[in-house]
Design a binder for this molecule. Structure first.
Ligand code: IPM
Ligand code: MG
Length: 362
């Protein structure tokens, strides 16, 4: 197949990790006989420096016309003046919103070889396999922001339709897994959460009778996620709760550098990015963990290009690299991490072992 993939390296370690993922996609393309075409565009701080805007019109137009978008990370100290009118993060929020990518999928499945990197006791981690579905284009992130004298406010708003589509997406994904959805809210305090809970209950009752729905308050969810992570299958929640809970969940896997994500809407084009940020402290040193972005590329193959076996082949290759103990600094004992390129080379080597070459397929 042919596919047009827009690459948005962004800031900090973004260019390093996207370059790694592109290498892996090229190798998979070659192996399976696909022609992936990559076009780089600007976003975030890099775009502000070049054009004055965090999401230039030409980047958005290219993304709209593409099959998929692969993104590194945005932001950094250079652009983080709290008084700044234009910020790198606005570019990321704007592209999610403009492409209608309301469902952000963040799978968490700790690898047995990396259990030692997690601060959680290993016996709590074996068998953990959960998927957070984070609502991505609503809530407090997008409500009206105001500042008057010594007051500031951020409005948190949700409509029934926004909640319905997110719950439907979570339930559909749960059906292909263990059929269990935990909807997370703060319904004892927030009106948006009461609406969220009401809508979740109705949608599941009316449309997903085979799915087991449970409600959980976000504060206790934060605790249960560490105390009994194995009990969760699909966790669905609003934008900011999902942002916070997934950074927490990354500690189950051992590092923020291992968690990929897919942001999906109703159309084919999706946005794929690691859940980590631009890590300015290690940027440019060639030591960033590329696995989260490589795993995001696997999600891209699965969700935007419907290339399931190719996606699995990347996931198995990353599994293999982790299993072989190829750890970057975030996973390795102090002073013992390998470079981004060494980790990427290990994945490429595993691809050779894990993927059926073109000639062997019918
Ligand atoms: C994420 C990030 C972003 C978010 C930031 C960079 C705006 O933390 O993707 O989780 O809050 O959504
Ligand atoms: Mg985040």
């Amino acid at each position: 197949m042919q596919a047009e993939i827009i690459v948005l390296p962004g800031d900090g370690i973004g260019p390093e990790v996207t370059a790694a993922a592109v290498q892996v996609l090229r190798a998979v393309g070659q192996r399976y006989g696909h022609s992936f075409h990559f076009t780089e565009k600007l976003i975030g701080g890099a775009a502000i420096d070049a054009t004055g805007e965090p999401l230039p019109a030409d980047t958005l137009a290219a993304a709209r016309a593409a099959d998929a978008v692969l993104l590194g990370a945005v932001g950094g100290p250079k652009w983080s003046d709290p008084g700044a009118k234009v910020r790198p993060e606005q570019g990321l929020l704007a592209i999610r919103k403009a492409l209608g990518l309301y469902a952000n999928l963040r799978p968490v499945k700790p690898h047995s070889a990396a259990l030692g990197a997690s601060p959680i006791k290993p016996h709590l981690l074996t068998g953990v396999d959960l998927l957070v579905v984070r609502e991505l284009t609503g809530g407090i992130y997008f409500g009206r922001k105001e500042r008057h004298g010594d007051r500031a406010s951020d409005l948190c708003e949700y409509t029934v339709a926004e909640i319905e589509r997110t719950i439907r997406r979570a339930c559909t994904l749960a059906r292909a897994r263990r059929g269990h959805v935990t909807s997370v809210d703060k319904a004892n305090v927030l009106e948006t959460s009461r609406l969220w809970r009401e809508v979740a209950t109705r949608v599941v009752q009316q449309e997903f009778a085979d799915v087991r729905l449970e409600h959980q308050l976000v504060d206790s969810m934060a605790m249960h996620l560490l105390a009994k992570p194995r009990e969760y299958d699909v966790i669905v929640t609003e934008n900011m709760f999902g942002d916070i809970l997934t950074d927490e969940a990354s500690m189950l896997a051992g590092s923020l550098g291992l968690l990929p994500s897919a942001s999906l809407g109703e159309g084919r084009v999706g946005l794929y990015e690691p859940i980590h940020g631009s890590a300015p402290d290690i940027a440019g040193r060639g030591i960033a963990n590329p696995y989260a972005t490589i795993l995001s590329a696997a999600m891209l193959l699965r969700h935007s290009l419907e290339l399931e076996s190719e996606a699995r082949c990347i996931e198995k290759a990353v599994d293999g690299a982790l299993g072989a103990g190829v750890f970057t600094a975030d996973l390795a004992p102090a002073g013992r991490g390998v470079s981004t390129q060494t980790a990427t080379a290990a994945v490429l080597e595993q691809l050779e072992l894990e993927c059926q070459p073109v000639a062997m397929r019918d």
